[in-house]
Write a protein that binds this ligand. Structure first.
Ligand SMILES: [Fe+2]
Ligand SMILES: [Fe+2]
Length: 476
């Protein structure tokens, strides 16, 4: 068979129910995050059920941050769960990343494994980076055609004609998350070997190769795959068309092309532990030289009996969903607002201004997009239909929608929408102010040659490949 269909899951951030009890420590940890930590077992099980229903899928790939804080109990439970897939005949290939181990003072990884008690946290046993290869040996290295032991990277054959290189980077936690020189030389040799064998190659690595947004590269270059420029050149040179990544928790498909027109795609996948988490379903066909990528989410958590959707159950747990609840509650109840705002806003400072919280929230709820359009100076340029939309649209709903799409991609405000027109005009106005008054705090956020206006487009609509959920890629 020269075909394979595999699922790719990333950033499962599995948290064992054995390492927390109900209380402020775990809840505050979860509220300030964008992943539903406590529900990770039910989320994972729901995704596995989907995979097990798909008879065409032969393989399941994980690209790291398997657990949340490197603790041994969560790793053991996560690994036990993988046998559900292997027992059903699926091949399972696992990478690990920075959340999967704890530093021991000899690297820059600052995660610490802990149990969340009712009143605080206490240390529990963890894995070191050097232990991960053996720990997950049965899920990848054991089936590999070749292994690069120094990094833990390995190569598996998905089907006749297609190889998958699982790059387990030499990340030391922060300042370098990529392969060292020996690993890069190994990768290059393997890509040439595959080419000579007439086989296509897909890459998978935890850290992003292309940034989800330009501002990400500018502000957090160290969060990208270390040595990404070298990898760009290698992928273009050796005609590798796809790299699958995770880490940013952002659903995002971007294309890179060099000055000779050679190109590849970085298919970055949202964390499955996000309320709107998805996995990729990838069908490769060596004869057709094609790689068809789709995305699959879940409707309900495993074991859910109340009929509530997984999104509705999980979204209010983390900060984007909490922000959505805060304004309506704050309009009537300052204390309710403050209790929701814990771990998100400086509650101590706000408590001194409690009286003004309800009127401010009510005011914020009433602002229409039309007011903003007039302020931005674009009202007269809008069509009658756009003006009607602006009069009917509350600013706060527009903000909620943007927040809902930060991690899911595919935000709906393309350049023909009134929301885009207003936001673009506001950003241009802000650009002029920042330049005129040389506001350094903002200037340093803007990548060279870019602008606030340009940066805003990344979040307003899909200015990338048109769809963050699906793409068809020719491998030849
Ligand atoms: Fe992650
Ligand atoms: Fe990560």
């Amino acid at each position: 068979m020269k075909k394979s269909t595999f699922y790719l899951l990333t950033d499962t951030h599995y948290v064992s129910p054995q390492i927390w009890v109900e209380g402020d420590p775990i809840n505050n940890r979860e509220r300030g995050d964008q992943i539903a930590l406590k529900a990770t077992p039910e989320i994972l099980d729901a995704f596995f059920e989907k995979i097990l229903q798909d008879d065409e899928a032969d393989t399941v790939v994980f690209t790291g941050d398997n657990v949340n804080n490197g603790d041994r109990i969560s790793h053991e439970e996560f690994r036990d769960r993988l046998t559900r897939l292997t027992d059903a005949g699926k091949h399972v290939y696992v990478l690990s990343a920075t959340h999967d181990y704890c530093g021991a003072g000899d690297d820059e990884n600052t995660f610490s494994a802990c149990r969340y008690t009712a009143t605080g946290t206490e240390p529990i046993p963890f894995l070191r980076k050097s232990e991960l290869f053996d720990f997950y040996y049965d899920f990848g290295p054991k089936q590999a055609m070749r292994v690069h032991r120094e990094s833990g990277s390995y190569i598996v054959r998905l089907c006749e004609g297609v190889r998958l290189v699982m790059i387990d980077d030499n990340g030391n936690g922060r300042s370098h998350c990529g392969l060292f020189a020996d690993g890069m030389a190994w990768l290059k040799k393997e890509l040439i070997d595959a080419k000579e064998a007439g086989e296509y190659v897909l890459l998978a690595v935890h850290h992003p190769v292309l940034p989800p947004w330009e501002v990400f590269r500018h502000m957090a270059d160290y969060e990208l795959y270390g040595g990404y420029r070298e990898l760009y050149a290698l992928m273009c040179e050796e005609n590798v068309r796809v790299v699958f990544t995770g880490h940013t928790h952002v659903q995002n498909i971007r294309r890179y092309a060099d000055d000779q027109g050679r190109f590849f795609y970085d298919v970055s996948t949202i964390a499955i532990a996000n309320a709107a988490g998805k996995m990729r379903r990838v069908a490769v066909d060596a004869d057709a030289a094609s790689c068809d990528i789709q995305s699959v989410g879940i409707e309900q958590l495993a074991g859910e009996t109340e009929g509530i959707s997984s999104f509705d159950r999980l979204y209010p747990l983390n900060f984007p969903g909490i922000v959505e609840k805060m304004i309506p509650i704050g309009a009537a109840d300052a204390d309710g607002f403050l209790s929701l705002a814990g771990s998100i806003l400086p509650v101590d400072k706000l408590a001194g201004h409690k009286r003004i919280i309800p009127p401010v929230c009510r005011k914020v709820q009433k602002i229409k997009l039309s007011s903003l359009a007039k302020f931005a100076g674009v009202w007269k340029t809008l069509s009658p239909a756009q003006r009607d939309t602006a009069k009917q649209t509350h600013l706060i709903d527009f903000i909620y929608t943007l927040l809902r799409h930060i991690y899911t991609g595919n935000a709906p405000y393309s350049p023909d929408t009134v929301e885009n027109a207003v936001c673009t005009a506001l950003a241009k106005k802000a650009d002029r102010i920042v330049q005129r008054f040389r506001i350094e705090a903002i200037q340093k956020l803007i990548p060279p040659g870019s602008s606030l206006c340009e940066m805003a487009q990344d979040f307003l609509y899909n200015n990338r490949t048109g769809d963050d959920d699906a793409i068809w890629i020719e491998l030849a």
